[in-house]
Design a binder for this molecule. Sequence first.
Ligand code: NDP
Ligand code: 5RP
Length: 470
Amino acid sequence: MTHKPEYGLIGLGTMGAALALNIAEKGNKIAVYNRTTKVTDEFIAASGALRDQLVATASLKDFVAAIQAPRKIILMVPAGPIVDAQIEALVPLLDADDLIIDAGNAHYADTNRRFKEAETAAYNFLGIGVSGGEEGARHGPSIMVGGAQSDWEAVAPVLRAISAKYEDTPCAEHMGAGGAGHYVKMVHNGIEYADMQMIAEAYAVFRDGLGWTSTQVAEAFEQWNTGPLASYLVEISGKVSRATDPVTGKAMLDVILDQAGQKGTGRWTAIEAQMLGVPVPVIEAAVAARNLSAKRDTRIQGAERFGSPLQPLTSDDITPEMLEKALTAGKILCYAQGFEMLDAASRHFEWSLPMSNIARVWREGCIIRSDMLGDMAEALDKSSSQNLIFSAPFCDMLMDCESALRATVLAATKAGIPVPALAAGLSWFDTMRTARTPANMIQAQRDFFGAHGFKRLDDVDAPHGPWAAQ
Ligand SMILES: NC(=O)C1=CN([C@@H]2O[C@H](COP(=O)(O)OP(=O)(O)OC[C@H]3O[C@@H](n4cnc5c(N)ncnc54)[C@H](OP(=O)(O)O)[C@@H]3O)[C@@H](O)[C@H]2O)C=CC1
Ligand SMILES: O=C(CO)[C@H](O)[C@H](O)COP(=O)(O)O
């Protein structure tokens, strides 16, 4: 008699189908269910040698019945109300001790709420962030787990087995209780937005400033991927720059509309950073840039009304080497902001986030994987709360790259090329090394119009200004 699978997965879309095959390939039988049965049939038909590991079901009732209790059921459906509806449909069919694992990009607050609902209804729940896109889900994603330690331990062998490996170390870790896993995934995506935006800004300097072709841009990205910027996003930027459109024969990038999509995780990161009072201006600039990109009609109207600001640049203004250093600085600054946010969240939500292990889990499998993360993990091992810009080797790297970042922002500004994320990184860095900011002016203004009071630099006990007398 064949054993029933312990695992089941609902939602055979891009991520769910790949994850189910990954789980099957690692020697686990898995039951699958999809709202549209035709998709299940096609998935099974294409499953090849893994067919015997898969148990296809056509109803939720059959799906639950096909799994051995205590069941481990992975949801890979769009985040939000669909997850709630799926849980609501599932729960009446479950036994106590069954475990629901939401593996989509849920908002951590929804995940916290779902934990409470699970406690009341007596099933177990995990919220896990999965990164790596379709390829990662199929062959090794980075996995960030939130929930009870005992539930993590129940699934850890399988999650570790399917995860990406960095020198044999699985990129799957328990981040903490409740929504901790989804929170870490959210910040991962915020950094992803910032990383992508800064690469796009470098592309803009090449394309609009130096007049480079996509092939020339591809060469620069390919070169950069052998140095400190070595990362998945730089690698794929080289690939997309090199690609040719099979329809027109033009460079692929030259036929793609300049409106960036978004599902919301970057925006959530910016909002949550504001809630914590942690500045993440590079991420905020990246989110704003996506929003601005969407306003194409207004931008076209602006170009017609005000004229394009674009001026050509020469190699006297900017070189690929300078841009590489500028991007290196920008990358350090945006990761520093992301980790500072995670440290603040860890304390605020009392999660004890494993800061250096977050960097380790991101070394492979996920979209922001990059060579720099190994050094970041070591720096966070030494001090998990000190901002990364103060840690070796990033302190020295920033000193080395700062002038190139400044020159890049200056050159781009002179040429009329918007570089909001790089400029935001530079301003943040400049502020972080300014012992006396102009915030004394803001304090004086606040006191003038609202008697809000201020602290003084000296010991004089006079917390208000002489405004009435002015
Ligand atoms: N794509 C990516 O690169 C990544 C995505 N994610 C996250 O993973 C989750 C899934 O994303 P992805 O695989 O890309 O999405 P897809 O759109 O490819 O697949 C969605 C799946 O959910 C099912 N579904 C949609 N609506 C409902 C509904 N109302 N009730 C039941 N099932 C429904 C679909 O079934 P049907 O066939 O019937 O439509 C399909 O199986 C999301 O939370 C996403 O943010 C996380 C990391 C990376
Ligand atoms: O989570 C991911 C990778 O880590 C997804 O690819 C994410 O959906 C991309 O976000 P957006 O659609 O907002 O660009």
